[in-house]
Design a protein. Structure first.
Length: 149
């Protein structure tokens, strides 16, 4: 695997401000009624092209996971870590009750890792969902709900 200095993003949407990502997320919510985004919606939301869409559509089914793309954009934004964590927390707070479950946290980590693999073309790096689940559950009790101060 290349060192951190050798990694090059394949995605033109990285290094955005969180304000811009929030604007894009608002556009997503106004255009899409679920978490699957097709090319037309993607172009409308991100003003980006099919080449960028293809980075995230690795199974070539014409759809990408909105949570995965937003998780990647947040992680690789030009913002402070605390602000990124808050935005990720809000993104995965599906019930909008200011807490997330261990399952939501697991899903967040999986989305971040999957997006990272695609953005940096690390698809050959195998990270199993089972391993991610074991890692999260090793550090957080089942039934626990996480909050941010």
């Amino acid at each position: 695997m290349p060192s951190g200095n050798e990694l090059k993003s394949k995605c033109t949407l990285t290094n955005l401000s969180l304000a811009k990502i929030r604007e894009l997320h608002g556009g997503f919510k106004s255009v899409c009624d679920n978490f699957a985004v097709n090319l037309t919606e993607f172009e409308s939301i991100f003003s980006s092209n099919q080449q960028t869409f293809a980075i995230f559509d690795d199974d070539n089914n014409g759809l990408i996971d909105a949570l995965e793309i937003f998780a990647g954009l947040i992680i690789f934004s030009s913002s402070k870590a605390e602000d990124k964590v808050r935005f990720l927390f809000d993104l995965f707070d599906f019930n909008e009750i200011q807490t997330i479950s261990v399952v939501d946290l697991e899903f967040m980590v999986q989305s971040i890792l999957s997006s990272t693999k695609k953005i940096f073309d690390l698809r050959q790096q195998e990270i199993s969902d089972v391993e991610v689940g074991q890692l999260v559950r090793r550090h957080f009790q089942e039934g626990l709900r996480l909050t941010l101060p």
